[in-house]
Write a new protein. Structure first.
Length: 298
């Protein structure tokens, strides 16, 4: 009986140690799996695509489209492609109407959009903003034979091409009371076509767009370009809150490409390095604008 009892106790102890070992190894594998899962999850989050809104309404050279209406390049793509490479993420470009861009950023449907500014957005603090990337000026474009546009009353009684969903603070009171007739179009290319056909007498455009068109021979007639009175506007990229939470180092690549002059190099490639002088409302015929002095960026 004592021997049988010792034999039973021995088998029981062996059996217990076996299960203890299984439990210990199981816990070890469980903890190991959890530890490995944390960085894997973080890596997966960082490698989600960067969803970027583009809109043909922004005009050239900010966005370039082929003859089939497919997005193919421009300043926005230059900036975002380099930004994405620096963060080791893949950009995904999505065509969106301009009116939908900010709502989609706010709800997290997209991650980024360029060619925006805090001053153009209601309650801009809801988004995260890049540093100022470059500046643009509004210009008044008319046929070469037209009189200079030095002040608002030079446009009274005229039909002026504008962009849908854009505001023009300098001229808004005159649009509102009808002294200047606003003629909306979906893009600056549409307005240029209307000007060349004589359907409008002038149009409001962005200086870089006109310089790009001139540099690359896309304008079919000589044009007069008058700088609209007022300051140049800074242009930024805007990012969703979810994106900047996912990638906290997002600002540095943008700061670097501004500081090292890369953004200005891209712009000069599209505009031939020319500028439209800030004339505070004085008419300027920019057919032979000279390149800017070295180091000028606006």
């Amino acid at each position: 009986m004592p021997a049988a009892s010792r034999g039973y106790d021995g088998r029981g102890a062996t059996h217990g140690r076996f299960h203890d070992g299984v439990r210990m190894h199981g816990c070890l594998f469980l903890w190991l799996g959890l530890l490995l899962a944390i960085p894997a999850s973080a890596r997966a989050s960082a490698q989600l695509p960067l969803r970027v809104a583009v809109s043909q309404a922004n005009g050239e050279p900010f966005v370039l489209y082929d003859s089939d209406g497919r997005f193919r390049g421009g300043i926005a793509k230059d900036i975002i492609d380099q930004f994405a490479r620096a963060l080791a993420i893949k950009p995904q470009y999505l065509d969106l109407p301009r009116a939908r861009v900010v709502p989609e950023l706010l709800r997290g449907g997209i991650d980024a959009a360029c060619f925006l500014a805090p001053a153009w957005v209601e309650r801009p603090g809801r988004l995260q903003w890049s540093p100022s990337l470059f500046h643009i000026r509004q210009v008044i474009v008319s046929p070469a034979s037209a009189s200079p546009v030095r002040r608002a009353d030079d446009l009274f009684g005229k039909r002026v091409g504008t962009l849908l969903n854009y505001t023009y603070p300098e001229l808004q009171p005159f649009f509102a009371d009808g002294r200047i007739q606003r003629a909306d179009a979906p893009s600056e290319a549409s307005n240029l076509a209307k000007l060349q056909r004589g359907r409008i007498e002038a149009l409001l455009a962005i200086d870089l767009t006109i310089l790009h068109q001139q540099t690359h021979g896309q304008l079919q007639q000589s044009l007069r370009i008058d700088a609209l009175w007022g300051d140049a506007n800074p242009v930024h990229c805007a990012f969703s809150q979810a994106f900047v939470t996912r990638l906290p180092g997002w600002r540095k690549p943008l700061e670097e490409m501004v500081a090292n002059g890369q953004v200005q190099t891209w712009i000069d490639r599209y505009t031939g390095g020319r500028r439209i002088p800030a004339a505070q409302g004085l008419g300027v015929d920019c057919g032979n604008c000279a390149p800017p002095p070295a180091g000028r960026t606006d």
